[in-house]
Design a protein around this ligand. Structure first.
Ligand code: PIT
Length: 397
């Protein structure tokens, strides 16, 4: 069980009031433009006293009382609460009369969209550490009841350049950025209680429950992580459509793998994608379950834990199916309350999970019990997919 947050401590990020922009240029030397995000331009800059490199986002101040102030205050408050190796670090906030400046750690390698544009697609071995880091950042945020709500390739930054020998992607450190749409809900709210309903984010990455205006929670970030993983592995978005209705229809049908490149991608990766891109948010994999998945850990020797209530219930039914349980003699004393299952649907406390998930099945590929255990990627050196017995491309564009 994931421990829930009590209160999230706020880091002591210095706030400096400056009289003019020239005072700012005495502190920092502004260099090249790194990018343009929501409501601001990001520059590389050197802190003159320490000769250290930073990324500074310049945001024009809205009029006093403008609703954008609430968004900015919220963004800064969340940035002050986070401290994780895979989340961009806010160092300092500076104000002049016209502008707000947020000084972040420097990520000089660009973002995942630029990387994908250069490479076309990534191999599983290249994508795995990126998805693992993303999952670690999401577990951290979701434990604090923070939903990012705008995860996309552009918002995942690379700490350093990644071009290794022969066009291979060298090991990367990625950082989640742009908390402009993030929210921290009251304890438990985004996780299990009252749901958010505001439609926000970017269409390609938007979970169906967000797009349709139904209530949503942290699990919308997991959907976006699934879209990112799909894009990284094949270079195409998983769900397209001319209209919102068509996109929603395709999402409810489940993820498909039509491009030829999928033929050389492991079933384990496809299973993970099916679990991340499950349209019912209750049945969707969590960030924590993603971290524990064999595609990430490489450990195929342990049975995968049930991923959701539906799977838990299926497991319960399997375990109780033989002999002792008579289904027509009323519920057993140890039957989970208010749960019932029909062939393809399972109702848990009033919620019906639609499509049956395959996520906790032992992976068909590479799941030989005799395989050597691999350590978690965070603690191990990179090993090739071949050593895990997984079918994996060794392509290079
Ligand atoms: C870069 C390079 C870099 C940091 C950033 C961008 C930061 C972007 C950012 C934007 C936000 C936010 C957090 C981080 O809330 O080193 O290209 O709106």
């Amino acid at each position: 069980m994931i421990p829930r947050r009590k209160t999230t401590p706020v880091r002591d990020v210095p706030h400096t009031r400056l009289h003019s922009d020239s005072e700012l240029t005495r502190l920092y030397m502004f260099e090249k433009k790194l990018g343009k995000g929501n409501y601001g331009v990001v520059y590389q800059a050197t802190h003159i006293d320490t000769q250290t490199e930073w990324a500074i986002k310049e945001i024009p101040k809205p009029e006093p009382g403008h609703p954008r102030w609430n968004l900015l205050d919220n963004e800064i408050e969340i940035l002050q609460k986070v401290d994780h190796p895979n989340i961009i670090h806010l160092r300092e906030v500076l104000h002049t009369a016209q502008n707000l400046y947020l000084a972040f750690e420097l990520c000089s390698g660009g973002d995942l969209r630029q990387l994908l544009k250069r490479k076309g697609f990534l191999t599983e071995d290249e994508a795995r550490p990126i998805i693992c880091s993303l999952a670690q950042a999401l577990v951290y945020l979701h434990r604090r009841d923070i939903s990012h709500r705008d995860l996309k390739l552009e918002n995942v930054l690379l700490k350093d350049g990644v071009d290794g020998v022969d066009g291979e992607v060298a090991p990367v450190v990625v950082k989640v950025a742009d908390f402009g749409l993030a929210v921290q809900s009251d304890v438990g709210v985004a996780g299990v209680g009252t749901l958010m309903t505001q439609v926000c984010g970017t269409h390609t990455y938007m979970a169906p429950e967000v797009m349709s205006g139904r209530g949503y929670s942290h699990s919308c970030d997991v959907w976006s992580a699934g879209v990112i993983m799909y894009l990284l592995l094949c270079g195409h978005a998983p769900f397209n459509g001319k209209s919102k209705a068509q996109r929603l229809e395709r999402m409810s049908e489940g993820v498909k793998f039509p491009q030829p490149v999928w033929a050389s991608i492991s079933d384990t990766a496809k299973t993970v994608l099916s679990c991340l891109l499950t349209s019912d948010p209750v049945c969707r994999m969590t960030a924590y379950q993603l971290l524990e998945n064999p595609w990430i850990t490489g450990d195929f020797s342990r049975p995968v834990r049930p991923l959701n209530v539906q799977e838990l219930m299926s497991q319960w039914h399997r375990e109780h199916a033989e002999g002792s349980v008579s289904t027509d003699s009323g519920p057993r004393a140890d039957a989970p309350p208010s749960a019932s299952s029909t062939q393809n649907k399972l109702e848990v406390n009033g919620h019906v999970c639609e499509a049956p998930q395959i996520c906790s099945k032992s992976p068909a590929d590479g799941a030989k019990p005799s395989q050597p255990k691999r350590k978690h990627p965070a603690a191990r050196k990179k090993r090739s997919a071949a050593s895990t017995g997984e079918k994996s491309r060794s392509r290079r564009k």
